[in-house]
Design a binder for this molecule. Structure first.
Ligand SMILES: [Fe+2]
Ligand SMILES: [Fe+2]
Length: 364
């Protein structure tokens, strides 16, 4: 989504919940795996994401306002995105050797995690009028609990009889790998994952607890969504490769539709957090704290944690069953060696770009 540089006075900044959830009319629905999914196609055959009729221009208006106020939209350094494990070459090697379980497992985990995205609708939105010194009306911030979180939840997990990203990833997997048998312990292992940053101790105990919890979730989800760009690139390269995919076009397209639906998620989250960076938060003891300090502090912590945790948990998840899965190959020991030789070597950059003000000057 591009930031509009139009005249800020013409921009509409207030939307109803119904508007932010409105998809408009499609010429044809998206059917994935026999499941009716969200989104659909216009008369020219182009895919259009769900619930973007008003949400997309709304986000553009809010972004233009941030720029108009002299602010900047939060940017997460793409160099901080950890590579996928297994990478595309490793995944292709496994599939070529008939070792399908790890890839089926990885794709199934992606679909389940997408479904978990529905929890964003349970985030408690505190009274921002009270907690932010400056007025919040007409901001993305004021629309979080009035459609933005709900639209996001529906996109990820589906809504009523319409499938969402969970079902779309399942479809991509099943098209490419011809309805593979799903390892029965995928969900169980996933539940055993280490808890994310949300359960960590409070970073800003002087502000309202619900506000901190909401901002922590938003910072985490923003980083996860930005990291997901790499997952999509991985999915598209792998599943649209005719050498390993039974339906390169259908599976590749499905991932590209999901990717385009993710755009508004990244954009509204970074917009609302950027708005708060320009404002002032009231503390519980009657004082104030610059929004920038809180937002940057949370992003710094999240980026720091996820860039180490995510590659580690992806690796552990795969390695836990890799040796066993490789037993179907002709020469498992040799395959493991070739697999490891293809590994991407990666280290996150030193700085997150959201360092606390004190050491912002100290570093490069
Ligand atoms: Fe998603
Ligand atoms: Fe998303």
């Amino acid at each position: 989504m591009q930031t509009s540089s139009g005249d800020a006075r013409d921009l509409r900044l207030t939307y109803s919940r119904d508007e932010l959830l409105d998809s408009g009319r499609y010429d044809a629905p998206l059917i994935a795996n026999g499941v009716r999914c969200h989104g659909g196609f216009d008369a020219d055959g182009a895919y259009r994401s769900p619930r973007t009729r008003h949400r997309a221009p709304a986000i553009e208006s809010w972004q233009a306002r941030v720029i108009g106020e002299g602010g900047a939209l939060i940017e997460i350094d793409p160099a901080r995105i950890p590579p996928q494990y297994p990478n595309v070459e490793q995944a292709k090697l496994l599939l070529r050797e008939g070792v399908r379980d790890p890839i089926v497992r990885a794709l199934t985990i992606i679909s389940i995690v997408e479904g978990f995205g529905a929890v964003i609708r349970d985030v408690r939105v505190p009274d921002l009028e009270r907690l932010v010194v400056e007025p919040v009306d007409g901001l993305a911030l004021a629309h979080l609990g009035r459609g933005l979180f709900e639209a996001h939840a529906r996109d990820e997990a589906g809504y009523r009889d319409e499938g969402g990203h969970k079902q779309m990833w399942e479809a991509a997997r099943d098209l490419a790998l011809e309805r593979p048998k799903i390892p029965s312990d995928v969900l169980m292992r996933l539940m055993g994952r280490r808890p994310g940053t949300r359960s960590r101790e409070r970073r800003f105990p002087q502000i309202d607890a619900d506000l901190e919890a909401m901002l922590t979730t938003m910072a985490t989800v923003l980083v996860v969504e930005v990291f997901a760009y790499d997952t999509f690139a991985w999915g598209m390269r792998l599943l649209s490769d005719p050498e390993v995919s039974a339906d390169p076009e259908g599976a590749g397209n499905m991932v590209s539709y999901i990717r385009s639906d993710e755009n508004p998620h990244v954009e509204y989250l970074r917009t609302a957090l950027s708005e708060l960076r320009l404002r002032t938060i009231r503390t519980e003891d009657g004082g104030t704290l610059p929004g920038r300090e809180v937002v940057d502090g949370l992003l710094h912590r999240t980026l720091h944690t996820l860039t180490t945790e995510r590659p580690q948990s992806q690796r552990e998840e795969l390695r836990a069953s890799l040796a066993e899965a490789m037993q179907v190959a002709r020469n498992p020991a040799d395959l493991l060696e070739r697999f490891d030789a293809l590994q991407t070597h990666w280290k996150p950059p030193e700085r997150t770009g959201f360092e606390p003000a004190a050491d912002r000057n100290a570093g490069a």
